[in-house]
Design a protein around this ligand. Structure first.
Ligand SMILES: *Cc1c(COP(=O)(O)O)cnc(C)c1O
Length: 343
């Protein structure tokens, strides 16, 4: 264990995460509600998320690859893990041991599973119009004889409730002959499209972590992730002098220089007032350009001192709108220099 304390913290509110899951589970109606924990739980920490959700009653987790599955195993008691990208030749020896269930996406993956582990459970992903991963609807029969537990599809435009593709994909999914398997279509935003989209199992990700992808979520979904950065230096910049790379801002101004930069996923889209810290309850805008390891904020009139910690405004919908990044990018881009503090 390192003994030098980091100058950058991620605070993670697991109670808020569990509350978000319960809301999504209630909105899923009779369908079971799972949880996407790929990309290390959207940057939050997949193992901690899994443990918290297991206590809340969640039974189904999703990761992208078998490397992610291996990192997460063994699972909390009573949970199953499903691997969205199916199984490659290189992953097969590990996958065939069980421990997690592949979601098979291609005829080659189906054939591979049949040859290696025909009696072990698998899922299928069927493409209903997104044209990313999945079997064509007419290829479901290739899996006949395998123990297919869930047939999945994925929505391309669930975060746009009025998009024509939603109803079209729903109709295509309903029309599939799934031969008695359970069905799963909805991600976070899909859950908010209405009960028709829930089927037997839902697969929320971003909303668990505080992402807002539908108007109904704005009031209900609680923030989970907070950023706290330490001040390295305070500086009074006189009139006529400039601040930071590119000299894009100027004095007179008192600034606080924070231990936070684009190497931490606080990208340059927050430059020039797009981002802010919350100091004494008020937003203090980012001044000049975000650099690799440092970001300046306007500290004029504050009592901030060297070594103080400030909270970054990381409200996901607002930060996304202001930085031009998606809420997904904001979470999954958070770097390795944070100390994760769970509360
Ligand atoms: C990532 C993912 C999800 C979760 O999506 P969110 O938009 O984060 O809720 C669900 N299903 C599949 C297939 C995914 O890849």
């Amino acid at each position: 264990m390192p003994c030098v304390p980091p100058a950058l913290r991620l605070t993670i509110d697991l109670d808020a995460l569990v509350a978000n899951w319960r809301w999504l589970a209630a909105r899923s109606g009779a369908a079971a509600c799972g949880a996407a924990v790929k990309a290390d739980g959207y940057g939050v920490g997949a193992a901690r998320v899994a443990a918290a959700l297991a206590r809340a009653g969640c039974r189904t987790l999703f990761v992208a690859t078998w490397a992610e599955a291996e990192a997460l195993l063994p699972l909390p008691h009573g949970m199953t893990l499903r691997v969205l990208h199916g199984v490659s030749e290189a992953e097969l020896p590990f996958a065939a041991r069980g421990g997690a269930v592949p979601v098979l996406n291609t005829p080659a993956q189906v054939a591979r599973w049949r040859a290696a582990a025909p009696d072990r459970p698998c899922d299928l992903m069927v493409d209903t119009g997104m044209n990313r991963l999945g079997l064509a609807p007419g290829e479901i029969g290739l899996a006949d004889g395998l123990s297919v537990e869930v047939v999945h599809s994925h929505l391309a435009c669930a975060d746009e409730p009025d998009h024509v593709l939603n109803a079209r994909q729903l109709a295509a999914f309903r029309a599939l002959d799934v031969r008695g398997a359970r069905r799963s279509l909805a991600n976070s935003a899909g859950i908010c499209l209405g009960p028709d989209y829930a089927f037997d199992l839902t697969r929320p990700g971003i909303a668990l972590y505080g992402g807002v992808q539908h108007a109904d979520m704005a009031e209900a979904i609680r923030p989970v992730v907070g950023i706290e950065a330490q001040i390295v230096q305070l500086r009074d910049v006189p009139a006529g002098e400039t601040i930071g790379y590119g000299a894009t801002a100027s004095g007179p101004m008192r600034i606080a220089v924070l231990n936070l930069g684009y190497a931490d996923g606080y990208l340059r889209g927050f430059s020039g007032g797009a981002g802010a810290a919350l100091v004494e309850g008020r937003p203090r805008p980012v001044v000049g350009r975000v650099s690799m390891d440092l970001t300046a904020i306007d500290a004029t009139g504050t009592a901030l001192r060297e070594g103080d910690w400030v909270t970054i405004d990381f409200d996901l919908p607002r930060a996304a709108a202001r930085s031009g990044l998606s809420q997904y990018e904001l979470l999954t881009g958070l770097g390795a220099r944070y100390q994760r503090a769970y509360r």
